[in-house]
Design a protein around this ligand. Sequence first.
Ligand code: CUA
Length: 299
Amino acid sequence: MDNHDTIERYERIWVGFSLALIALFVFLVFFAVGMHGAHIGRADPRQHPSEILASLEFSNPGVEETAPGKYTVRMVAQAFSFAPGDMEFPAGAEVTFRMTSRDVIHGLLVKGTTINLELIPGDISTLTYTFDRPGEYRIICSQYCGIAHQNMLGMIRVVDPAAAPVAAAAPAADDAGKVAYERNCAACHQADGSGMAGVFPPLRGHAPKLGREYLVDLVLYGLAGAIEIDGVTYRGMMPGMAQMSDADIAASLNYILGAWGNDGMLPDGFAPVTADEVAARRGKGLTPTDMLERREGTP
Ligand code: CUA
């Protein structure tokens, strides 16, 4: 009899504890919504991903100041980068994010904020956030999207408009290529151009072997299918990076061709790739598979 009572009492305590826990979780949800502005992102009606990407809004992603202190960011995520990936706002800026994905599901998590959105192909995720505190806010992809997912990063800098203006940190012309490369290419091909065995081919010691027009097309249109370099097969899929500007594509190619000893492999009198050259290769309607077929004919 005593035993039976004991069990009952523990049961009551346990049930009470469980209910208290549920009540605590419900309270925390309301607390996060009420005190910290947490809410679920609203998705616009779904469309075919290609329609969204071709729309006026997303064919040229970037940051726009819509009113004093108000900004709209139109962002396209793809394996393994955000475009745009680096942004700067004055403290107090009210920023509306409108985002979509080009390929698979990605996540936009901004550390130190309540921003954590899923980016889904065919959906536009929208969220407005006010950046009150100056600082650096790291952008992280919060959905596992592939082998270089951990390198899918970005940065939001919030600066104090009252603070003494820092000398404009526009990258020197020499650095523009390195910056563009690190933002758009290094997630897969790595900062030292060595690639990733079996997946992402090396650019170091290899890129100069491809013709310049082919290189420009590679960046614009991507490449799908297995390729072999020095007896190693690489199966990673390269997405077209047409969202990069002509100047950024030219600068990153020139960086690739000049870095890591690649310059020693260039023919004498090699002229740097120009933005006009890139512009002239746009709109050819090539697919990543076309680029694989062309590669077979590449010496
Ligand atoms: Cu994109 Cu993980």
